[in-house]
Design a protein around this ligand. Structure first.
Ligand code: MRU
Length: 347
């Protein structure tokens, strides 16, 4: 496999999703043709990662339009179905943004919706290549032009996007340039996106990688074993506060304490200028079972509940650099998305 893994693809009558719940044991695809199946696939993380969710949301509108025609829905029922897709997961802004971007095309028919959704997909792949190049340039300039020890959290790779990846796009580009010594991949409790998905992608790409438990990350950083941390984002607020997989803020605090850069790699489609700061980012809370069971067996005593936020917010002051497809903002030095004067629609 290369960064060209087909996470998500429109096949003409269905959305073909690489089922990420089965990796790395099995490479299987799901064909999604109706809204219920898509909402379920999004909630179960068959498809996941902010940019991939944006693409899924956009094609989800096409699925709803087709299903409405097939099953004789009126516009209200179709629109309610689209809203269910839009709200299937709350934190990654890309999902709602993907839906919203194709909505004006609904009146023109399903082919127009599909064409716009495909444009989102194609832009994402192109953007990730640019993120990779900008990120690698910045890191090598800032940290040193030598093989680096890179720490990453969750999966912000080809699987989380339409291809190549954001954080892992940077890692892939560094590797192409012979500048990766090792990647520390945080395992990412409770759903193991790091151990299952990041490790799989890096292994397929021939990039040296070790998996560590999430709790090891701050110590790895403070012991001087990592030169830089590169992570993705689910939503970046106007002031540069950044939501990403739970555990990211611990990585960020350790980077600040150790004096190494925390690089957030994300497309402008993940920037939400309507949200002023991280406090306004909705944080998804997931089912207790994900925390209280292991391999199907309960690990905590019967009456114990769980607190299972899927994301946390890293304050802008801890984000050294935000790498987008248009360049690098040095956020902790004061360059926020708003001060950059950009809007997602303007880039
Ligand atoms: O719950 P997930 O697996 O959808 O969470 C994904 C992440 O947190 C990613 O790091 C983020 O979406 C960036 S993907 C390029």
């Amino acid at each position: 496999m290369t960064g060209d893994v087909r996470t998500i693809e429109w096949t003409g009558d269905a959305l073909r999703l690489l089922d990420q719940t089965l990796l790395p044991a099995r490479v299987e695809y799901a064909a999604v043709r109706d809204v219920d199946a898509l909402v379920e696939a999004i909630r179960r993380l068959v498809v996941r990662g902010a940019p991939a969710l944006g693409v899924a949301g956009a094609f989800g509108v096409a699925i709803a339009v087709r299903q409405a025609a097939r099953e004789g829905w009126d516009d209200a029922r179709r629109d309610a179905a689209i809203t269910r897709v839009r709200e299937a997961r709350p934190t990654a802004v890309n999902l709602a943004a993907g839906v919203d971007r194709v909505l004006p095309f609904v009146a023109k028919g399903v082919d127009a919706v599909v064409a716009e959704a495909q444009a989102i997909l194609d832009e994402d792949v192109r953007g990730n290549r640019a993120i990779g190049a900008f990120g690698a340039d910045w890191i090598l300039g800032r940290v040193g032009d030598r093989p680096l020890r890179v720490l990453t959290h969750c999966n912000a790779g080809a699987l989380a996007t339409a291809g190549w990846g954001t954080a892992l796009g940077v890692v892939r580009e560094l590797h192409k340039r012979g500048r990766v010594e090792i990647v520390y991949a945080d395992e990412t409790r409770p759903l193991l996106q790091g151990a299952r998905l990041t490790a799989w992608e890096l292994d397929e790409a021939g990039i040296p990688c070790v998996v560590q438990v999430d709790a090891a990350a701050p110590s790895t950083i403070l012991r001087g074993l990592a030169d830089v941390a590169v992570i993705g984002a689910d939503r970046v607020a106007a002031n540069g506060d950044t939501a990403n997989k739970i555990g990211s803020v611990g990585v960020a605090l350790a980077c600040a304490a150790a004096g190494i850069p925390l690089v957030v790699a994300a497309p402008w489609s993940t920037v939400d200028l309507a949200v002023p700061d991280g406090d306004a980012i909705p944080i998804e809370e997931r089912p207790a079972d994900e925390v209280l069971t292991w391999g199907g067996a309960r690990t905590a005593p019967g009456r114990t509940g769980a607190f299972n936020p899927a994301f946390d917010v890293t304050p802008a002051r801890l984000v050294t650099a935000l790498v987008t497809e248009t360049g690098v903002l040095e956020v902790s030095a004061g360059a926020t998305p708003v001060s950059a004067g950009a809007t997602p629609s303007a880039v």
